[in-house]
Design a protein around this ligand. Structure first.
Ligand SMILES: [Mn+2]
Length: 431
């Protein structure tokens, strides 16, 4: 793997942190041992964790009002891959990138694949984009794409998705994620049932183009840009469509795409139970689709999601492998720092959930010992597993403190001088 950050600098950083990390790790190990938990097993488990980085996440996102470009933003997919490689080098938790087309469409697909190989990166699900018009497209998506009243517009949107599958296949990806902003802003604007019928008709054509070993993930979102009735607004519609399409179609849960206070962990449990949990877009939210850093607002919810995933993994065994991806937008932080923090926060929930004694929890549930059952979860959630995460990184060649190491490397300053701003060059999106 091509190390973008000087490995000597990472080693020096880790050496400075070594004594403190060892002491914290030993103290935590002792505490966990008294609970009957083996810290080494947890550290080994932490090292198995992987979450994909969204290519669009390394650019600075915007709001509906403005976008404030960041210093040294990547201007093309190759520069995005470099930033993603930094995130993986320091966290050792993000070995794959999720691309977005046409933003990331390369002129030479093999060149992109070789660049990824050289950086030690793979490709997770590819994402299609029919929520905005491209300069060269014939039919506008202003009034919808896969659900458009126009057969020609639908055909254009289907063809784009099939092109995404083809690009993804050449890059070694195994899934297509489809999110459409289609819907209505006014009652009467479209026939609610008719729109979903057209969606399914379009999706059947996309599904038919999937290679044998591929999946298609249906990403639902409650609202925005359609503010009255979004066609794929909830997990129920997503589940119904995935079921109608067939076994390769699964549901994708974006944590910000639900009504406030929705019990997302229960949705995860339901989708897992019926074999339709395809994957996640991890982020956090206070009000709506805020695309904030994972764990920044409601870390307990993230833990409870992973508690359900741990339960599902126990029930389903090795076959249970939902795709984990980050999906966030950065307006006021360095995107690389935010993505590193988010990867670590998702990994934190994964490790905390692994700490729960499931046999004991089942026993408490059987006895209706409500208080202790709740405490069993809270105890795991309250445990600061930071030394486990840091040790897992250091042992894998990452950084004890990824943000501190990144700042010491001067990577952003170098990027700022190597990447002078180019108007409209960075594809950043909020999905
Ligand atoms: Mn998303």
């Amino acid at each position: 793997m091509n190390k973008i950050i000087d490995t000597a600098l990472v080693a020096e950083h880790n050496a400075k942190q070594a004594a403190r990390l060892e002491a914290d790790y030993e103290a935590l190990g002792g505490m966990l041992a008294r609970r009957g938990v083996d810290i080494e097993a947890l550290t080994a488990q932490a090292q198995t964790f992987a979450v994909a980085v969204p290519s669009w996440g390394v650019g600075t996102g915007g709001t509906r009002f403005a976008r404030f470009p960041g210093r040294g933003e990547p201007r093309n997919v190759f520069e995005k891959m470099d930033d993603c490689a930094v995130i993986n080098q320091l966290t050792r938790a993000t070995p794959a990138v999720s691309l977005h087309f046409p933003w990331d469409k390369p002129t030479d697909v093999q060149e992109l694949r070789q660049a990824a190989d050289a950086l030690g990166l793979g490709f997770d699900a590819v994402n299609s984009n029919t929520f905005q018009d491209q300069a060269d497209q014939e039919h506008s998506y202003k009034f919808g794409s896969l659900t458009s009243a126009s057969a020609q517009t639908r055909a254009q949107a289907v063809a784009h998705n099939i092109e995404c599958i083809d690009l993804g296949r050449q890059l070694g990806s195994k899934a297509l994620t489809v999110w459409v902003g289609d819907g209505a802003n006014f009652p009467g604007q479209s026939n609610l049932r008719g729109a979903l019928e057209r969606y399914l008709e379009s999706m059947r054509q996309i599904y038919a183009a999937l290679p044998e070993d591929w999946n298609v993930f249906i990403e639902h979102k409650l609202f925005e840009p359609a503010f009255y009735a979004t066609t794929i607004a909830d997990w129920g519609t997503s589940f119904a469509c995935a079921t109608a399409l067939g076994p390769k179609a699964r549901c994708l849960v974006d944590l910000g795409h639900h009504a406030p206070n929705t019990n997302i962990e229960m949705i995860v449990a339901r989708l897992a139970q019926f074999g339709k949990l395809g994957g996640f877009h991890f982020n956090d939210s206070k009000y709506g689709d805020d695309d904030l850093d994972s764990g920044s607002i409601n870390p307990f919810q993230l833990f409870l999601v992973f508690n359900e995933l741990a339960d599902a993994a126990l029930r389903e065994g090795g076959a249970f492998k939902p795709a984990y991806m980050l999906d966030q937008s950065h307006n006021v932080t360095d995107p690389i720092e935010s993505l590193m923090n988010s990867a670590v926060e998702v990994q934190r929930s994964f490790v905390q959930a692994a700490m729960v004694d499931r046999a004991q929890l089942a026993e408490l549930q059987a006895q209706n010992d409500v208080l202790q059952a709740a405490q069993a979860l809270k105890q795991a959630f309250r445990t600061d597993v930071s030394p486990i995460l840091a040790m897992a990184r250091v042992r894998a060649g990452g950084a004890a403190d990824p943000v501190a190491c990144y700042r010491a490397s001067g990577y952003r300053d170098r990027a700022a001088s190597l990447r002078p701003a180019k108007a409209g060059a960075s594809g950043s999106g909020i999905v």
